[in-house]
Design a protein around this ligand. Structure first.
Ligand code: ZN
Ligand code: ZN
Length: 222
């Protein structure tokens, strides 16, 4: 919409420059778009490191993790960073957002993840604060690991047959291919002091969680 108007007040006429400024103001306010939700990450790791618990969104690509930090998280104001956990049966929603000094490239994070013992440990032990770091998650194949490295099936690398598609040699194991992973924590960090665990019925009282559920759940239900 374009508003053209002339203002006259006691003989003062607003010149076109001023009108442009007024319009500009109006545009910035009205075009303020909601922060996009980002869920293109593999999961979240919880680790003790540097005395505090660390919350570590896991990214598979080194470059992507660098640009996420550089373009988005770097500009977050520590005191405004919020993390919300919304539990639903065996899963939970991880929701994270903050005010940014560079709103144009801001993102809010969310991911639906299965509850894990690491998650439960974080829930009990965070003590109201945590460090936020990014982690690069690297999958390792059989020829990239040392002897004794554990496969996700729980058996060691040498129990997998290199000659036969890396299958696990234990009879009662259904593992068809050795797979292991490594997480590299990036050094840069932010401090989070606003951490809440919620249930779906109190999501509406929390603006970040409410926004997330509206966009990513309620608006998709048909
Ligand atoms: Zn295996
Ligand atoms: Zn196995």
């Amino acid at each position: 919409m374009v508003y053209s108007f002339k203002l006259r007040y006691k003989g003062i006429r607003i010149n076109p420059d001023q009108i442009n400024k007024i319009q500009l103001c109006f545009d910035t306010v009205s075009s303020q778009s909601p922060i996009p939700w980002f869920d293109d990450f593999v999961g979240v790791a919880y680790r003790y490191y540097d005395l505090r618990m660390n919350v570590v969104p896991l990214i598979t690509d080194q470059k992507q993790s660098a640009s996420l930090w550089h373009d988005t998280i770097h500009w977050w104001l520590d005191s405004s960073i919020k993390i919300r956990f919304v539990e639903m049966d065996d899963d939970y929603w991880f929701i994270m957002g903050a005010d940014s000094q560079k709103p144009d490239s801001n993102l809010a994070f969310f991911k639906i993840l299965p509850k894990s013992e690491h998650y439960e440990r974080f829930k009990k032990g965070h003590g109201g604060e945590a460090y936020l770091r990014l982690g690069v998650y690297a999958k390792k194949s059989l020829d990239g690991v040392k002897k004794g490295a554990l496969c996700t099936c729980g058996h060691e690398s040498q129990d997998h047959d290199e000659g036969d598609g890396d299958v696990c040699l234990f009879h009662d194991c259904s593992c068809k291919e050795f797979s292991s992973f490594q997480v590299n924590l990036l050094k840069r960090k932010k401090t989070i002091t606003d951490i809440k665990f919620l249930e779906e019925n109190n999501v509406k009282d929390d603006s970040l969680a409410w926004n997330c559920f509206n966009v990513n759940k309620y608006s998709k239900v048909k």
